[in-house]
Design a protein around this ligand. Structure first.
Ligand SMILES: [Zn+2]
Length: 291
């Protein structure tokens, strides 16, 4: 990752100074789910298998990066860096090597006029808004992180959110059976991919997201709207993120418990909880895995 972010920091510093926080919400949220216009076609696509291997699905799509022009020049610098670093291309490459897709899914970063990241089934896309990245940067800065650290953690937290949105897309594209809250399932999908597939970088992503959840949870009391929202509360997402990470390697992350971040009563259940998450997602994705 390039450390050349002085221009971005300058832009952000100006923004923080001259604007009030534009955050509509301290959580990523999606547009309300809409019935897919071509649900019949989608259902048919989702059940196709290859003649050679009846258990494997047919590969009829790719993760495709779509670069859009920034509308607001305040995000021009971060847009240039995301494109120069080929962040989306690298993610698309990993996903394309791992997963069979029934149709294309477009990956985008752009300015949205909203602090958000979302999967849109009509547009067949996952979008991360630059406003959300800025929000993460400000969140980490507000807790005392240096510019350098906040910038680093911003990308890590965005990786967690991006894979959460990929989780929504996979649930929809593959017609995966999810019997509880889909928002939690998407968080678990992100934790599974990050912790099981992406090594230290994945751990960093889950812990950066946990950190953001913890900071955000201290920034106000819950409104009825937040309590009614399908997303879990930030406190719960914080503990779930810690539980998944601790559960993935209790010895390595024992300090979560000894230092009081993760209550013992929850911690004892986390290895089993993590294993169930891993087994469930592995089973669900198995027919869609490339060999
Ligand atoms: Zn979601």
């Amino acid at each position: 990752m390039s450390r050349n972010f002085s221009n971005l920091l300058f832009v952000l510093a100006i923004l923080i100074f001259i604007t009030a926080c534009v955050c509509r919400s301290d959580r990523n949220s999606e547009p309300p789910p809409q019935p897919p216009a071509n649900s019949q076609t989608k259902a048919n696509q989702a059940t196709k298998t290859t003649p050679e291997n009846p258990d494997k699905k047919k590969d009829e799509g790719d993760f495709i990066v779509e670069h859009l022009e920034v509308a607001n020049q305040r995000y021009a610098e971060i847009d240039r860096q995301v494109k120069d670093e080929k962040l989306l291309e690298k993610a698309a490459d990993k996903l394309n090597r791992a997963l069979i897709m029934p149709k294309d899914l477009y990956l985008r970063t752009k300015d949205c006029n909203d602090v958000n990241a979302y999967y849109n089934s009509d547009e067949e896309s996952v979008t991360v808004c630059y406003e959300l990245m800025e929000h993460f940067f400000k969140t980490f800065k507000s807790a005392g992180d240096s510019d350098d650290k906040a910038y680093d953690k911003m990308f890590a937290a965005v990786q967690f959110v991006f894979l959460h949105e990929i989780g929504h897309a996979l649930i929809d594209y593959y017609k995966l059976p999810i019997t509880a809250n889909e928002e939690d399932a998407a968080d678990r999908c992100s934790a599974y991919i990050n912790l099981e597939e992406l090594g230290d970088e994945g751990v960093k992503a889950v812990l950066a997201a946990a950190d953001a959840f913890a900071i955000e949870s201290k920034q106000g009391t819950h409104t009825d709207r937040q309590l009614a929202d399908e997303h879990l509360l930030q406190e719960q997402r914080f503990y779930n993120s810690l539980c998944m990470t601790y559960g993935s390697n209790p010895d390595k992350y024992s300090s979560f418990v000894t230092e009081g971040y993760l209550p013992k009563d929850r911690a004892v259940r986390c290895p089993g909880e993590y294993q169930r998450t891993v087994d469930s997602w592995k089973n669900l994705l198995e027919p869609w895995r490339k060999d």
